[in-house]
Ligand binder design. Structure first.
Ligand SMILES: Cc1ncc(COP(=O)(O)O)c(C=O)c1O
Length: 342
């Protein structure tokens, strides 16, 4: 098990989607870019014109959003948040306030905000590969996983998650599962009704629904976790337009079913394309595919010179490709990869 050295965690992590910076760096106007640097669904839930009152009136708690979320996520132990990021930041502080500094194992590689926030809150953070989890679990108070994992595409079985949760919970520990990318395969979610002690699950409307800009997420956990977080987040944390959109999107089961089928096909297309071009291991989820390749830096540059923004990771060297949003964009990506493949 590796302790993250402080240099890794002293700065806030960088994220994909920084199109202005790419435009300035490569001298390509913003509107000419194909941004594949995030795992956000490019064909998200189609937002209709909004009623005028969502802009002029404060949102009300009993507007139907909570019930729509309970129905969609499958648990009444649920708190809506201004993005799951709000919980990623608040949970380490809550744990510290309730139980002091905890030995926290964080899956690595994974969405870097988790390790950063746990370390910032004063916990001892240990980077764990998938293989290390089983053998090191007995040393942990808290285990933080991302399922399916961004960016590695790794998934965890419900059986494993339940066993790890039971072990941690038996000594007052937490299993925190970030399910931001699970909506295309909801049967893999570990959410239960009611939520058991020590199990905390994060969800996001930013990925599958493609609604990253409205900043809505959800946290499922026992009231001992939900209530202090709810007090901390306070009233009107999610804006009225965002609440209105989230309620409709979570209730639109027809769109959700069609989207799951469409994403399954697109996942195969992207996975196959990358594997064919680079002949190295590719790991994919419904919303992105990650290529583990030594020349990640050079490929990122070559794509960027052609106006295609992808996301590079170091340690291990990898490139994550989000889904193109139209046939023209697929062809642009295919052409680009054909030109640059080794
Ligand atoms: C794995 C993972 N979890 C959570 C988040 C935060 O998402 P949001 O705050 O938009 O819900 C991200 C954002 O990229 C992510 O990749």
């Amino acid at each position: 098990m590796n302790k993250f050295d402080d240099s890794n965690l002293s700065q806030a992590p960088q994220h994909g989607g920084r199109l202005n910076a790419a435009a300035a760096r490569y001298g390509i106007p913003r509107e000419q870019w194909l941004d594949l640097s995030t795992g956000i669904n490019p064909n998200g839930w189609p937002v209709p014109p909004l009623p005028a009152e969502v802009f002029s009136r404060l949102p009300e708690d009993d507007d139907g959003l909570q019930q729509a979320a309970v129905d969609y996520y499958g648990s009444a132990d649920l708190l809506l948040l201004p993005g799951s990021q709000a919980a990623i930041q608040a949970l380490p502080e809550l744990r510290f306030a309730q139980s002091g500094a905890s030995r926290t194992g964080v899956l690595h590689p994974a969405y870097a905000e988790h390790a950063f926030r746990w370390q910032q809150a004063g916990h001892r953070v240990l980077a764990l590969t998938v293989e290390q989890i089983e053998t090191r679990l007995n040393e942990l108070d808290v285990l933080v996983l991302v399922n399916p994992c961004n960016p590695s595409g790794v998934t965890f079985s419900l059986q494993c998650l339940c066993r790890w949760h039971a072990e941690l919970a038996s000594r007052g520990g937490w299993l925190l599962v970030d399910e931001a990318f699970i909506d295309a395969t909801p049967e893999c979610s570990v959410i239960r009704d009611p939520m058991p002690e020590g199990l905390i699950v994060l969800r996001s409307l930013g990925k599958f629904f493609g609604l990253a800009g409205i900043r809505v997420g959800a946290l499922c956990a026992q009231p001992a976790v939900l209530e202090p977080l709810s007090r901390r987040i306070g009233p009107w944390a999610i804006g009225h337009p965002a609440r209105w959109i989230a309620r409709q999107a979570l209730s639109d089961t027809g769109w959700q079913q069609c989207m799951r089928a469409a994403l399954a096909q697109q996942q195969v297309r992207l996975h196959t394309l990358l594997h064919k071009c680079f002949a190295v291991p590719v790991s994919s989820t419904a919303l992105f595919a990650t290529l583990f390749i030594e020349q990640a830096n050079a490929i990122e540059q070559a794509c960027a010179e052609r106006g295609i923004l992808v996301r590079r990771f170091d340690q291990p060297a990898a490139l994550r490709f989000g889904l193109p949003g139209s046939e023209a964009q697929w062809q642009r990506l295919e052409q680009c990869l054909k030109e640059i493949q080794p």
